[in-house]
Design a protein around this ligand. Structure first.
Ligand SMILES: [Zn+2]
Length: 100
């Protein structure tokens, strides 16, 4: 089952049909950047291939400007980094479900 790698985020792919899930970047530097943001440093020890295959970050952690298509929010720009955490998440989730 695909879940969001962000520590305190409970989003699961099966439950959130209108949120996209993104793989960690294959570029090691950007991958590390994502880890730091997501507070998943414990994953750094894992092989990059395993990370790439098994871990995802859900779309609520990305600002609109990080998307190539802010309306459907399923394509990230080349240098997108997750920046939205804590209380902001709830606000965005509420908005996503409102527009359903
Ligand atoms: Zn999440």
């Amino acid at each position: 089952m695909t879940t969001c790698a962000v520590k305190f985020c409970d989003n699961k792919m099966s439950l959130t049909k209108n949120i996209s899930y993104f793989r960690f970047p294959s570029d090691p530097l950007r991958c590390k950047q994502w880890m730091e943001k997501c507070q998943t440093e414990h994953l750094l020890k894992k092989d990059a291939t395993i990370l790439y295959k098994n871990y995802r970050v859900c779309g609520v952690h990305f600002e609109d400007k990080m998307f190539l298509n802010p309306n459907s929010r399923n394509r990230l720009t080349m240098n997108a980094v997750p920046t939205i955490f804590s209380g902001k998440i709830l606000f965005i989730i509420i908005n996503i479900f409102k527009t359903k």
